[in-house]
Design a protein around this ligand. Structure first.
Ligand SMILES: CC(C)(COP(=O)(O)OP(=O)(O)OC[C@H]1O[C@@H](n2cnc3c(N)ncnc32)[C@H](O)[C@@H]1OP(=O)(O)O)[C@@H](O)C(=O)NCCC(=O)NCCS
Length: 161
């Protein structure tokens, strides 16, 4: 089996969008493919994919913000990402259903945490409807809960040294 974690390429975006649909459609929080394109344009070094046997099995993407705030659904990454930002927002991550439970989610999360450190960020934030347990494993805490489009989301944070 070939295992690789690498930066996303333009040619990966369709597969990332398909994976996102599979992962988030049940929760009503699917992002459109254009948003993934724009995330990759805005911050290519914050967008990683896990490739297994020639297929995109997992992805994780992020942005850097100038100020701490709640993440929002359907934002434009080109407007919200700032190269000098110190708040690292994980805007999305998912693992294809058939590859779950094998450690790939944690591998993507660990890579994003490593990137946040390399970028000199002071804090990581994200929001999730149901994957809190994954983030607790790396020391994230729930900051608050909010509701958008009728969906309940927990905002989670990790302070970096
Ligand atoms: C959440 C998700 C990324 C986890 O991926 P995964 O590859 O199955 O996770 P891993 O195999 O790396 O799990 C690592 C650990 O986290 C735990 N974990 C994973 N998902 C969890 C969840 N939803 N709730 C509680 N614990 C979870 C696992 O039990 C495992 O613990 P263990 O090492 O003690 O056995 C995947 O289930 C997914 O894509 N879900 C839909 C999209 C989503 O919710 N994304 C995150 C929000 S942005």
């Amino acid at each position: 089996m070939t295992i690789g974690l690498r930066y996303a390429q333009i040619s990966d975006i369709k597969a990332v969008g398909d994976l996102d649909y599979e992962a988030f459609n049940p929760y009503g929080t699917v992002e459109n493919q254009e948003t993934f394109h724009r995330r990759r344009i805005a911050f290519p070094h914050g967008f990683v994919v896990k490739e297994l046997d020639g297929e995109i099995a997992a992805y994780g993407c992020s942005e850097k913000w100038l100020a701490d705030r709640d993440p929002g659904l359907g934002e434009d990454p080109i407007k919200t990402h700032h190269a000098g930002g110190k708040i690292f927002c994980i805007t999305g991550m998912a693992v294809r259903m058939k590859y779950r439970g094998k450690g790939y989610g944690l591998a993507v999360l660990d890579k994003l945490i490593e990137i946040a450190h390399q970028e000199g960020c002071t804090k990581i934030i994200l929001e999730t409807t149901h994957a809190q347990g994954l983030y607790f494993k790396r020391g994230f805490r729930i900051v608050r809960s909010r509701e958008e489009r009728g969906i309940r989301l927990d905002v989670m944070a990790l302070d970096l040294d």
